[in-house]
Design a binder for this molecule. Structure first.
Ligand code: NDP
Length: 280
């Protein structure tokens, strides 16, 4: 039997997910198909239900439907409940549509296992307080940093994330929020994660010198062939830098695990994935 998957988003033409999952299918010797589906706010729910009715085994959900996807699911895994969004829907044989959020686990796998930067005991800063930021807070707290600070242009959105996690079982970690302007009072940080959408526009918030410790890791959730503005700034500040390509690959591996019960050995796929990204 061939298991059918799709990724739903808007726009979706440039999604790398079909390429990544096809490679995972080869690596794990699973017979799968994986397509792209363009959605709209009005059509999203119908697309998911039709995919299920036609025997689809699951779908990925990307911008701008990750929050809307929560309503479509009949059950949420803890990852999705904490993130307040769904990027992976598992269409089970018993008819349940189970929502998962694999972005946070994917980012943590990339940071802690691929880059080998343990988060435990480190001071962590997240820039941005949108869906991507909220999605990684739970898995970051589970890794037990010594502090977690969220800076955002709209400080009330960062405060809302703090409030949401105030009762979380991992909430022993001191958390705080501020504007970018107030960041120098909180510095320095060992890990700075850029979860703003500014890299897409080739921009970054105004950040103070001395924001990072000398051994810091600066991680941009965005990925592209060239280093982002944030990565170039952080490199000039002396930090180790990474883009979010590893997060993309690892969140896909977590989704594949949900659907197929096996986690692809992503390190084996890395050279081919980079080749395909560069040819894209
Ligand atoms: P959202 O639209 O939910 O949030 C955008 C964030 O950027 C907010 O914090 C917003 O601040 C901030 N922002 C936008 N414009 C400006 C500006 N002009 N000045 C200052 N701040 C600004 O986006 P997401 O959270 O969904 O995505 C954020 C990034 O993460 C994207 O680049 C996306 O590609 C990436 N991502 C990568 C993944 C991967 O697998 N590698 C997975 C998921 C996301 P404010 O609240 O003040 O508006």
């Amino acid at each position: 039997m061939i298991n059918a998957y799709t990724v739903i988003g808007q726009p979706i033409a440039h999604s790398l997910s079909p390429m990544i999952h096809s490679l995972f299918g080869e690596l794990t010797q699973r017979r799968i198909t994986y397509t792209r589906t363009e959605g709209t706010d009005a059509s999203f729910e119908g697309i998911v239900k039709q995919w299920h009715d036609r025997g689809g085994k699951g779908c990925n959900v990307t911008a701008p439907f990750k929050e809307q996807a929560v309503q479509v699911c009949s059950h949420l895994a803890r990852s999705a409940d904490r993130a307040g969004s769904v990027n992976t829907i598992h269409m089970r044989r018993d008819g349940e549509l189970v929502g998962h959020s694999t972005d946070g686990a994917g980012m943590m796998h990339d940071i802690e296992r691929n880059i080998r930067f343990p988060v435990r005991g480190r001071r962590v800063l997240i820039l941005g307080a949108g869906g991507a930021a909220r999605g990684v807070v739970g898995p970051l707290l589970d890794a037990r940093p010594s502090a977690l600070h969220i800076a955002n242009r709209t400080v009330s959105r960062a405060d809302a994330i703090l409030q949401y996690f105030a009762d979380d079982p991992a909430a022993g970690v001191p958390m705080s929020a501020s504007s970018y302007e107030a960041l120098s009072e909180q510095a320095p940080f060992d890990l700075v994660i850029n979860a703003t959408s500014l890299s897409l526009a080739g921009s970054l918030p105004t950040l103070p010198d001395g924001l990072m410790t000398p051994q810091a890791l600066a991680y941009d959730m965005m990925y592209s062939r060239e280093a982002t503005v944030f990565m170039r700034w952080a490199h000039d500040q002396g930090a180790t830098v990474s883009d979010g390509f590893g997060m993309l690959v690892e969140q896909a591996a977590e989704a594949f695990l949900v659907w197929e019960g096996v986690r692809p050995k992503t390190r084996m796929a890395w050279p081919r994935l980079l080749e395909l990204l560069n040819a894209h």
